[in-house]
Ligand binder design. Structure first.
Ligand SMILES: Cc1cc2nc3c(=O)[nH]c(=O)nc-3n(C[C@H](O)[C@H](O)[C@H](O)COP(=O)(O)OP(=O)(O)OC[C@H]3O[C@@H](n4cnc5c(N)ncnc54)[C@H](O)[C@@H]3O)c2cc1C
Length: 585
């Protein structure tokens, strides 16, 4: 199977769901380009060809190897290094052969200079085949992008081409035994040396691909502030020129519930020489920036997991007969399958729309970082894309990952007893699905980020926030002849906003006349009460954003309205449940 050419929905989304008109000019200023492209169409066709090739690779070789990689595992730890298993090495060899590692790197650093959207779509294809494979490959590409964005020219020219050739990869080292969600507790220390370097001491746990060759490490410079403000980011390489002893060691590879084909390691630093990245004390800020991409990427991994698992289960249900009929024709199964596929297709649409905004945001952000300069039009584009990226990031991570765990469980149920057996891949998809649910910030952390965003908006301009909700009744749009799906979206969106404001009023308890004065109602006690509702709020926001995207897609192509209405049928009862919860708790 080809995970692109055999998928009509992906093809539609590639052509219509990504804003190529805005993205292409950010990568290619004029035509013909140095690479020989004569038009925007040629560029888009070229990107599509890449996805066809990677779709062929992931739909065949990576899928066929997934069970073996799960059995064999990622590899071993020998004398402080990780040694990939045969099947993991085979994956690396194929990726190198296909030239897929350096897709987003600039051409002068050995890459293809392709937009992030392409790399992120490849990540979904890989995850559909095998989540562990996608994770291992992600720690080549994302680390190369980080070096390009944050490190100096010399480091980028030395390391990024090596990553593109598959010679080294890296890791992101945040978590410690005493700190996971609360990174302000980081204990790993960094002591300055006379030659401008730092010596790291401490241990990091649960580090994906800790033995890849280099790591971005969060640590606290000796005597710097407590909490998040005192954290800095360092680049630490495992092998230093002219030094026989390893600069840091991998102490162990964890035995896990799933994702066996991916290394999850403990890394120990003992006077490990490291270079400060950017400015001291800004480590958490840099990491937050990176988390945007990482969290959207994890959303793509979750989507791939849903596609892989559900795709297998649906094919099984078509073949399996009970009560004289294929399972797909039994009324209850039919309804369930319709709901599951609706949610999968809706999440896919939401994610593709999000990576389109993200691509614009990251490209202009990179330009701003490197040149400090954007044109007026670019500033407008940047502001809009940052807004959508910030708003969507916690939602796509939360929604796609929660659904991946749920829908992989449902896939096991579709197969009945067979689903429980290792001979079938759905149990692997389910075991693996807990990884994305936990890393890059748990669901609860995403929910709190989404709430923080709402509060920021409400506190910045309460008058605008509350009037926007209370006085913008959609009756005007309803009367003004918008189509049936727009009417449906407007009325459900209005109801959502009304209920959300009711919840805010209930928890924040503003006095009459104090509504527009945030200092009067944003006390810690009131905000804590609101935090109890963060997860249900995040669910409701995710449903509304998904419905918004489906509505926009139906405007582009009326055939998509069916998906919009099926999705409304799925979420309206869930939203009613959430509103009831808000009113009684
Ligand atoms: C497969 C895998 C790979 C990983 N890879 C990496 C990696 O490459 N690099 C790295 O640095 N780390 C990595 N991690 C670690 C991961 O990021 C952490 O496990 C995660 O951030 C949670 O931290 P914790 O495990 O310490 O849980 P805790 O922070 O102790 O959280 C425990 C529970 O409390 C909840 N909780 C925490 N704070 C709040 C709050 N304010 N309100 C409500 N609930 C809250 C959490 O949601 C969770 O349910 C990986 C983990 C896994 C499973």
């Amino acid at each position: 199977m080809n995970y692109y050419s055999d998928e009509k929905d992906w093809q539609w989304l590639f052509r219509n769901g990504i804003d190529w008109d805005k993205i292409i000019p950010l990568y290619y200023k004029s035509f013909p380009t140095e690479e020989g492209f004569n038009s925007k169409k040629e560029v888009v066709d070229f990107f599509e060809e890449i996805l066809q090739n990677t779709g062929e690779w992931t739909g065949n070789a990576v899928t066929e190897r997934a069970a073996l990689l799960d059995k064999e595992g990622a590899g071993k730890v020998v004398d402080g290094r990780t040694i990939p298993s045969e099947s993991l090495q085979a994956l690396y060899n194929e990726a190198i052969e296909l030239d897929s590692i350096g897709l987003p790197f600039p051409t002068e650093l050995g890459g293809l200079g392709a937009p992030s959207a392409i790399t992120l779509m490849l990540l979904a294809q890989l995850s559909r085949a095998c989540l562990a494979s996608s994770t291992q490959m992600a720690f080549f590409t994302s680390i190369g992008e980080m070096i390009h964005r944050f490190c100096d020219e010399e480091t980028a020219h030395r390391l990024v081409p090596m990553i593109a050739r598959g010679e080294i990869s890296g890791s992101m080292c945040l978590t410690e035994p005493g700190c996971g969600s609360d990174l302000g507790m980081i204990k790993t220390s960094a002591t300055p040396t006379d030659d401008g370097k730092y010596l790291l001491n401490g241990a990091k746990i649960f580090i994906t691909n800790g033995g890849g060759g280099l790591g971005f490490v969060l640590a606290r410079i000796k005597d710097d502030k407590e909490g998040l403000e005192g954290i800095s980011m360092f680049l630490c390489e495992q092998v230093l020129e002219g030094q026989e002893k390893l600069n840091y060691i991998v102490a162990k590879n964890e035995d896990k519930m799933g994702m066996h084909g991916s290394f999850t390691t403990e890394v120990v630093y003992e006077n490990s020489v490291a270079t400060l990245v950017g400015e001291a004390g800004k480590g958490f800020k840099y990491m937050l920036h990176l988390m945007n991409e990482a969290r959207i990427a994890v959303g793509m991994q979750a989507l791939g997991t849903i596609e892989g698992s559900l795709g297998y289960a649906i094919n099984y249900a078509k073949e399996r007969e009970q009560f004289g009929k294929p399972l797909t024709e039994l009324p209850l199964m039919k309804r369930n399958l319709e709901d599951f596929t609706t949610e999968r297709d809706a999440i896919r649409a939401l994610l593709v729309d999000t990576i389109s905004h993200y691509d614009i945001f990251q490209r202009l952000d990179l330009k701003k970082t490197k040149t400090g300069d954007l044109t007026k039009e670019e500033e407008v584009l940047f502001k809009e894309a940052s807004l959508w990226t910030r708003k969507r990031t916690p939602l796509v991570k939360y929604y796609a990952c929660e659904q991946a765990t749920l829908l992989t469980q449902r896939s096991i149920q579709i197969l009945g007893g067979y689903g429980f057996m290792e001979e079938y891949p759905v149990e692997r998809f389910h075991r693996d699905s807990f990884g994305p649910l936990l890393y890059e910030g748990t669901s609860q952390i995403q929910a709190l980020m989404a709430l923080k965003d709402i509060m920021k908006y409400a506190m910045k301009d309460p008058k605008r926030f509350f009037s926007n909700v209370l006085f913008k009744h959609p009756s005007k749009e309803l009367l003004n002849g918008s189509n049936s799906w727009e009417k449906s979206f407007s009325s459900s969106h209005y109801k959502f906003k009304k209920n959300m404001v009711k919840l805010l009023m209930k928890c924040l308890r503003p006095e009459i006349g104090e509504l527009f004065n945030p200092k009067a109602w944003a006390s810690d006690e009131n905000v804590s009460e609101l935090m109890e509702h963060a997860e249900t709020l995040c669910q409701a926001l995710s449903y509304m954003e998904t419905a918004r995207v489906l509505c926009e897609h139906a405007n582009i192509d009326e055939e998509r309205k069916d998906l919009f209405f099926r999705y409304q049928k799925l979420i309206l009862p869930r939203l009613e449940g959430i509103y009831t919860d808000w009113s009684i708790r």
